[in-house]
Structures are given as structure tokens and as C-alpha cells.
Write a protein that binds this ligand. Structure first.
Ligand code: NAD
Ligand code: IPM
Ligand code: MN
Length: 348
């Protein structure tokens, strides 16, 4: 049996991971799922959002399937105890630096986007987001009384050249298998960290003479993403800009409920999760779209288990379910989360 850590988390996390587990079980009966508490669900039981047992289970599995964490009623806890620290802790402890967030417009969903169908039809872009550095993890950070006696908050944007180079290599290697173009998104016109980002990306690009590299400031990239998204292929960017641009890109595909992700380290241990959060506004109503998580399960097979055929089987089943008219509410339909899972299983 191949062991998969199943960390469902909070809100809609358990609902969407359950549908992905059902799909994986059909495609790969040899998988053994080991469940562990994470996020607010773990805090309520053990007083910590990422208990040591959960981290151990994650470390000792072939891959991790993750739902979402986040619980507004725990937002007043000290930061280190908040649910979000669980996913940040997993990324840091497992050194999951390369975050792949593909944004694909499935043929049946070209008219589900808030943009005109001709702008988005056929879109297939890959956002590669650095996931263990930047202003998320840079020290120092905090809230303190400044010299004027005022409360002052500070976070530190930081990257060293090794952190930039390793994720740049991932982007160029991904581009080699696609249309051989990388757009690096930064803010080098203002930020020193981002000047280093641009310099290092250019240095790494010399190892990939067949790949065309261009650079774009993040504000322009946000605009171009809605003006002419098909001009992009691989987008390489830092942790914070990648977070924002990927939620934006999800709307090109019809819904945030469509975007999967893979978070990989140098040993190819991977964590797979939808890019969305715990969606407290729809949790417990069987209303969430499970496709982002089901597509994350396909990425799990592809990147952690070298099972390309299994991944394609799941992706084809999602495509067929959508073609048959299956739509959750976020896609303008009426189906619940379980019914969408059923539709994918039927297509399998
Ligand atoms: P969110 O992604 O949870 O929700 C944003 C909006 O999108 C909501 O209206 C929600 O209903 C909708 N939505 C999200 N996923 C959906 C799905 N699968 N199907 C249908 N609709 C969906 O973002 P938020 O509201 O800003 O954050 C809620 C909580 O989730 C916060 O605590 C936040 O910190 C956390 N969060 C966690 C992760 C993660 O675990 N990786 C990611 C993002 C946000
Ligand atoms: C994501 C989320 C996380 C992030 C939060 C919950 C820490 O928004 O996975 O995109 O900002 O990375
Ligand atoms: Mn996000």
C-alpha cells in the first residue's frame, strides 16, 4: 500500500477532500489514506494547529492531500496558534518551495468566466509561485511601539539568491515541456529584493538558451492577466505576488473552485491542495466545488507517484463531467459537492 497523508482541515476542507479521496480510491485502489488533524480542527483538540503527530504523518507519507485551514473565530489567537500557521508550517518544515498552480479553462467552462469567452477560451497557463520565502517568512516581523509612541507593524521581504535560483530552475524546466516561454513577475522598479529576483532569474536563464524569458512588473501583470491572459504561458513569481495573481487567474477559469496546486520540495515530496481556503460562508452546506481538490489529486499522481496515466484519467473524467453539464453553484449550477463528486465518478 502507498501511504497518503489526508489533512482535511477546516470549513469546506473535509467536504472537498472527501470527494478527492473517493476519486483516488477508484483510480488507485492501492492507496492507503492516513488522516490527521490540522488547522483550527487540530487546535480545538490539541491546542496547536500543526501537532507533531500530524507533521510526522506528513513526513512519512508518499504525498499529502490537503483541504484548507482557516476559522474566523480563531483569528484573535496569537499568530503562532492560528489555523493558517498549519499550512505555513508544513511548507516551511517540508521545504515545499515550488508551488505549481495551473490555470486551465476547460472547454465546457469557456462561458463560466466573468470575462468574455473569447478572452479565456483555450487558456492554459502555469503559475509557479515561490512558497517558502518572501515577506511571508522574512524576519523580523511584528507589531511594536515605535519612537513616536505609536503601534507600528513590520514584515520583511527577503530572498537570498539560492531561494530564487531553485524556483527559477523549476520554471524553466516546466517551460521546456510547454511553449518555451517564461514571464517573471516582480517589482524590481521599487524593491531591492525584487531587483535581486530579476538579476538571479536572468542568470539562471543562461542555462536554458531555448527558453524565451521576459519580465513584467506585478501591477502590469495583474492588468495583462485580465486583458489578454493567453499572452502568458509560464508565470514565475514570488510568494506574495503568486498568492494574489493565482486567485485572480482562477476567475479566468470560471471559479476559484477550479484551481489545484502542487507544492514540491527538492526530494519531490509533495503537498496537494486547492488554492482556495476554508470558505466559511458555504461550509457545512454541501455547496463547495470539489474539482480543485480532485484536480489536485491528479497532480499528486503525476508529481509524487509518477502515475501520468492515472492523472490523465482523473483530468479526463473532470472534463467529461463538465461536458455533461455538471455545475456546482460557483459555476452557475445547482449541484452540491457530493453530486459533483458523483459526476466525476460516473465519468470514470
Ligand atoms: P476562500 O478561498 O476560503 O473563499 C473566498 C470565496 O470563494 C468565498 O466566497 C468562498 O465561498 C468561495 N469559494 C472558495 N472555495 C470555493 C469552492 N471550492 N467552491 C465554491 N466556492 C468557493 O478565501 P477567504 O474567504 O479569504 O478565506 C477563508 C479562510 O480560509 C481564511 O481563514 C483564510 O485564511 C483561509 N485560507 C486558507 C487557505 C489554505 O488552507 N491554503 C487558502 C486561502 C485562504
Ligand atoms: C494560499 C493561502 C495561504 C497563502 C494562506 C492561508 C496562508 O492564501 O494557499 O493561497 O497565503 O499562501
Ligand atoms: Mn491564497
Amino acid at each position: 500500500m502507498t501511504r497518503i497523508a489526508l489533512l482535511a482541515g477546516d470549513g469546506i476542507g473535509p467536504e472537498v477532500t472527501e470527494q478527492a479521496r473517493r476519486v483516488l480510491t477508484v483510480v488507485r485502489p492501492d492507496l492507503e489514506f492516513v488522516e490527521a488533524l490540522v488547522g483550527g480542527a487540530a487546535y480545538r483538540v490539541s491546542g496547536h494547529p500543526l501537532p507533531p503527530e500530524t507533521l510526522d504523518i506528513a513526513r512519512n507519507s508518499a504525498a499529502i492531500l490537503f483541504g484548507a485551514v482557516g476559522d474566523f473565530s480563531l483569528d484573535t489567537l496569537p499568530r503562532e496558534l492560528r489555523p493558517e500557521q498549519a499550512i505555513l508550517g508544513l511548507r516551511r518544515e517540508l521545504d515545499l518551495f515550488a508551488n505549481l498552480r495551473p490555470a486551465i479553462v476547460w472547454p465546457a467552462l469557456a462561458d463560466a468566466s466573468s470575462l468574455k469567452p473569447e478572452i479565456v477560451a483555450g487558456l492554459d497557463i502555469l503559475i509557479i509561485r515561490e512558497l517558502t520565502g518572501d515577506i511571508y517568512f522574512g524576519q523580523p516581523k511584528g507589531i511594536a511601539i515605535n519612537a513616536a509612541g505609536l503601534r507600528e507593524g513590520h514584515d520583511t521581504m527577503r530572498y537570498d539568491e539560492a531561494q530564487i535560483a531553485r524556483v527559477a530552475h523549476v520554471a524553466f524546466q516546466a517551460a521546456e515541456k510547454r511553449s518555451k516561454r517564461v514571464t517573471s513577475v516582480d517589482k524590481a522598479n521599487v524593491l531591492e529584493t525584487m531587483q535581486l529576483w530579476r538579476d538571479v532569474v536572468i542568470e539562471v536563464s543562461r542555462d536554458y538558451p531555448g527558453i524565451a524569458l521576459d519580465h513584467m512588473y506585478v501591477d502590469n501583470a495583474a492588468m495583462q492577466l485580465v486583458k489578454n491572459p493567453k499572452a502568458f504561458d509560464v508565470i514565475l513569481t514570488g510568494n506574495m505576488f503568486g498568492d494574489i495573481l493565482s486567485d485572480q487567474a482562477s476567475m479566468l477559469t470560471g471559479s476559484i473552485g477550479m484551481l489545484p496546486s502542487a507544492s514540491l520540495n527538492a526530494d519531490s515530496l509533495g503537498l496537494y491542495e486547492p488554492i482556495h481556503g476554508s470558505a466559511p460562508d458555504i461550509a457545512g452546506q454541501d455547496a463547495a466545488n470539489p474539482l480543485a481538490t480532485i484536480l489536485s489529486a491528479a497532480m499528486l499522481l503525476r508529481h509524487s507517484l509518477a502515475d501520468e496515466a492515472g492523472a490523465v484519467r482523473i483530468e479526463s473524467a473532470v472534463e467529461a463531467a463538465l461536458a455533461s453539464g455538471a455545475r456546482t453553484r460557483d459555476l452557475g449550477g445547482k449541484m452540491g459537492c457530493t453530486a459533483m463528486g458523483d459526476a466525476v465518478l460516473a465519468a470514470l
